[in-house]
Design a protein around this ligand. Structure first.
Ligand code: AMP
Length: 125
């Protein structure tokens, strides 16, 4: 499936809509999730046109991939998360309930997070 450039994260990249940006470099940016699922909930996205994890890791350059993951590390440092611990999640496709079709990692932390699954889902099996 082709990347849909009308998605909301692409609008954030193009600065067409605002976001509370935590960290940004040439290849990626991190900003706060508008509906936080825990005390500290951020999103990290590449600036290139990639729909999901599979698309990103298949098509992105080595530089984009390295800078993306280093940017996530910089973001968790800026948020002060490594000491207490944090979780990284990426939802890839329908069964994972991916809502925004631009690749992103959720960064979750700031408080105990509980078990891995158990969140409500809108999709039908
Ligand atoms: P996913 O279900 O993995 O695609 O997650 C999409 C996430 O994007 C959700 O946690 C939303 O709360 C978040 N989100 C949607 N629109 C915005 C926005 N304008 N700014 C920040 N986060 C957003």
């Amino acid at each position: 499936m082709a990347y849909d450039p009308s998605n909301i994260f692409n609008k954030i990249i193009r600065k067409e809509i605002p976001a509370k940006i935590i960290y940004e470099n040439e290849h990626m940016m991190s900003f706060y999730d508008i509906t936080p699922a825990c005390k500290d909930h951020a999103l990290s996205i590449p600036k290139g046109p990639y729909e999901n994890f599979v698309d990103f890791t298949s098509r992105a350059s080595s530089e984009e991939i390295v800078e993306f993951y280093k940017g996530i590390n910089r973001t968790v440092e800026l948020l002060g998360l490594p000491k207490g611990g944090f979780r990284l999640i990426t939802n890839n496709g329908r069964f994972a309930n991916q809502e925004v079709p631009h690749f992103h990692f959720h960064i979750l932390g700031g408080e105990p997070l509980g078990g891995l699954l158990g969140l409500p889902t809108k999709i039908k099996a």
